[in-house]
Write a protein that binds this ligand. Structure first.
Ligand code: SAH
Length: 202
């Protein structure tokens, strides 16, 4: 997976590649999907949601440029796979999910794999997680109409945020950099994510 889908397509950050080699992706999908866990596509998880394709996880992870000492906020825990990858690359991951079934399954996996630097909670993640702000990096793994204002407010300076922004069919991956109180937005590839549902989402 790492060689053929990720490295070959231009994600070269050695720490991202190592994290994705380490995390057992097959444990984050249903038993029935196990054989397809390392394929080059997203897969359905419970409650009509999806685990992103490995390449997309890699692109988003690399864009955050984590060095090891960061505190990272993720919105949309889903299967827990993206949070697991991030947990290998920073000091602390905070992840928010709005569906309890998914959250419960992901939490069990974090314990099983001894990824003790991930804390997860049930909530509307478009409001962020004020208690632990500011975050050096924020990643939103569901697509919304705009970047939720609370997330921009909870981003550290300097800080990086990545999120799919667009309509409910197609979005563009936007990389936001906050530096010296200024916000710069870089538009990366075109993507398709499930809906970000909530006060600052759909
Ligand atoms: N990062 C996940 C991708 C899951 S799909 C993974 O690695 O598997 C997106 C997830 O975002 C879904 O589980 C969905 O329930 C969740 N979601 C959507 N809107 C949300 C919100 N406002 N707050 C928290 N989670 C949300």
């Amino acid at each position: 997976m790492v060689q053929e889908q990720i490295l070959a397509r231009g994600v070269v950050d050695p720490r991202t590649l190592a994290a994705m080699s380490e995390v057992p992706r097959h444990l984050f999908v249903d038993d029935a999907m196990r054989a397809r866990a390392y394929g080059d596509y997203p897969l359905p998880i419970a409650s009509g949601q999806t685990i992103s394709a490995p390449y997309i996880v890699a692109v988003m992870t690399e864009a955050l440029q984590l060095r090891g000492d960061e505190r990272v906020l993720e919105i949309g825990t889903g299967s827990g796979y993206q949070a697991a990858v991030l947990s290998r690359l920073c000091s602390q991951v905070y992840t928010v999910e709005r569906l309890n079934t998914l959250l419960a399954t992901a939490r069990k996996l974090f314990d099983k794999l001894k990824y003790f630097n991930i804390v997860a909670k049930l909530d509307d993640g478009t409001l962020g997680w004020t208690e632990h702000a500011p975050y050096d990096a924020i990643i939103v793994t569901a697509g919304g109409p705009e970047i939720p204002e609370p997330l921009l407010a909870q981003l550290a300076d300097p800080g990086r945020l990545i999120m799919p922004v667009g309509d409910q069919n197609v979005q563009e991956l936007q990389l936001v950099r906050k530096e010296d109180d200024k916000i710069r937005i870089e538009r990366l590839s075109s993507v398709r994510f499930v809906d970000l549902v909530g006060e600052h989402g759909w």
